[in-house]
Structures are given as C-alpha cells and as structure tokens.
Design a protein around this ligand. Sequence first.
Ligand SMILES: [Zn+2]
Length: 152
Amino acid sequence: MAKKEPKPLQLVCDLAPTLAQRVFQIREMRNLTVKDLAKLSRFSVSRIEDIESGVETWLSASDRQLLARALNVEPVLLLEVEARRLGSASEEEKLKVQTELAEKILTGLREASCPNCGGSLKCSVEHGLDLDGKVQEYAKAFCLKCPFVLRA
Ligand SMILES: [Zn+2]
C-alpha cells in the first residue's frame, strides 16, 4: 500500500464552501477587520457585512475583481462559491447573459464558467439551416455541474 503524500502547504487549509464563509475566512487569514476590507475593496462596511452574512450571495465581475484584489486572492476563488446567479435574475437579465454568452461562443469561446453556478461550461457551435435554407451558426453550451443549457 502506498504511503500518503503530505498535502502541499496551500491545501492544508480547506477553503470554506460558501461565499459568506469564504470571504470571512480569507479576511481573517489576512488579519483584516471588516473596516479594513471595506476600505481596501471600496465597498461599504454594511456591504461587507451583507456578503459575510450571506445576504449577498454573488458578485458582479467588477465587484468580484475588487473584493478579490482586496483579499489578495484570485477572483475564481470567490466565483466558485457564489450562489446560483440566474435563479434570481429577471427574464431580461437572463436573456442578456445568454445573448452575451452566445456572441462569445460564436466568436470562438469554447470554455467558460457557467453563468448559473460558476462551474465549467462546455461550448460549441452547431450549423443548421434557417427558414430560407441558408446555413446558420448556433451557439450551444451546457454546464457540467448544473442544468444550465444555452441554445441560441
Ligand atoms: Zn452551472
């Protein structure tokens, strides 16, 4: 039987599984107060409190960037624990997300993060005929983790 290799140092400390817990955990690891983090990220103190208490469960790309920079971590470390984003979005927002994703896929994007859960999205372009018999390109994507599917 093989002996277990010791884990690399950075994996010794398991990161918390929710955005609220993880922001709190990394902030503590960095020895920052809520006020410090608010100042570094330019968020309000109450916003940091909302995030750490789970009131806010996901971040916009620019906010994620700011908060990740303030915490000195990669934005993906926050993204991967953000809660389902599309579940609570309006129809208009969903449509916007899907349209943007479709455009990116049609211009060559093949791997993306799922707009619903942050998991890996597999993207492809399919060809089909439109009503006039002309060849059309359709963007397709599906998530490996949640039921998110894009057909545009
Ligand atoms: Zn997903």
